[in-house]
Design a protein. Sequence first.
Length: 184
Amino acid sequence: MRAKFVNEEVIKGSIWRSANQKWLLEFLSRGGYIHHGTAYISFSFDTESGGMDNFGGREIVIEFDEQKILRQGREQGLGEIYYDEGYFEENPDISNYVTGYNDRKSYEEDNGDEYSIDWETYIEDFEHEKEILLKELHDEEGLIKQVIFNEKANPILLNKLIRMNIPYKLKQGVKDTQKELELH
């Protein structure tokens, strides 16, 4: 099992998504709807989750209302991932999404040497992500609690957040785009 990073935390009532600014801008521009086709939209109970993802970036971290995300997950027959072999055997597409392998057999075929870790341990290595999966996301009142910018904010996204009354904050050291907009 992986050691917990110092900055990781779980905040009761909140679920998080790390993403690039384009993802959120697309979601808001589509009237609060996004569907990733055959892929999943992942969220986490862990504030620092997604740092290892190579598809979403960490330009922003979005804090969502936990109950609203979990309800949408239940409605889609998805939701919280359980990091054990039985769950992954029953859900090979989720197993592939999380681990890169559909099942034990495909993992062992690819990692059959004596130095690799066993399948159960490999699954446990992903448990820190504490993921929740959806196929699509629908906006509703209070769904987004706040947006935290890790990089300079896209002015179009920032103006959209202000107009929609969605709170945002800038990580320390991130330039305030809104003040720049007001100066010009």
